[in-house]
Design a protein around this ligand. Structure first.
Ligand SMILES: C[S@@+](CC[C@H](N)C(=O)[O-])C[C@H]1O[C@@H](n2cnc3c(N)ncnc32)[C@H](O)[C@@H]1O
Length: 220
């Protein structure tokens, strides 16, 4: 791809072999519990050149519309990157998988139409740096589609997250439970065009990653 800059080697901090295998198992179960529909909603109507950051093992891939020209994928975790490569071979849309991290994307300035992120901004070490990178690589008026778990609105759930966050990041590949990701997206200069709050799985009584947002923002 003309917009591809160079490969950035995976850093030790983004190698999570145990979490990667755990995520692969849990992720498959979640798809059947309704997450596949949320992924379809996340990606509905996309076209052009898409960059998906932190694609994991590629659970979004079957949901890209055929109007998409190509999806560039940047995934730092080696095991998940390999799985993403295999998943890419099973879908109609052209997908190319690269190593790299959200805060140093191997992609040229103003080169992609859309950036997609699901379940990633909880784990990146520096959210503002990642969002600044997304804006850098997006073409003018490019779109950012996000689906992320966030800090709970209710006091009880927020307290649960506070307690669990003492150990959760160490077990779950650096995932933080208490991020105000919607506010961070706006603070980074994106114009949020739609963002809906949801609980996944629907009706979950206790899950620290249940409160989520799903939406779209413009880069300018
Ligand atoms: C919970 S998984 C979500 C995977 C996938 N996006 C999905 O929706 O199924 C979190 C993903 O973020 C990736 N990740 C963690 N830190 C990252 C970083 N600094 N830059 C890019 N991706 C990162 C992980 O390797 C992993 O693939």
């Amino acid at each position: 791809m003309a917009c591809y800059r160079s490969s950035v080697p995976s850093r030790p901090a983004t190698q999570h072999p145990l979490f990667a295998r755990f995520f692969e198992r849990v992720g498959a179960r979640n798809e059947q519990r309704g997450q596949a529909g949320l992924r379809a909603e996340l990606l509905a109507g996309l076209r052009g050149l898409v960059l998906e950051v932190g694609a994991g093992n590629g659970l979004n891939f079957p949901h890209y519309p055929v109007e998409v020209d190509e999806v560039l994928v940047v995934e730092p975790e080696p095991y998940l990157r390999e799985r993403a490569g295999l998943a890419a071979e099973r879908v109609a849309v052209r997908i190319a998988v690269f190593a790299g991290t959200a805060d140093a994307l191997p992609v040229a300035n103003a080169s992609v139409d859309v950036v997609v992120c699901s379940g990633v901004l909880c784990s990146v070490p520096d959210v503002p740096a990642a969002l600044a990178e997304f804006r850098r690589v997006l073409r003018p008026a490019g779109e950012f589609r996000f689906y992320e778990h966030v800090r709970a609105g209710s006091r009880v759930r927020a307290a649960e997250q506070l307690v669990l966050n003492t150990v959760w990041p160490r077990l779950m590949g650096g995932c933080q439970l208490r991020r105000r990701t919607g506010a961070a997206i706006e603070a980074a200069g994106f114009t949020v065009r739609s963002s809906r709050e949801l609980i996944f799985p629907a009706g979950a009584k206790f899950s620290p990653v249940a409160p989520r947002i799903l939406g779209a923002a413009r880069s300018g």
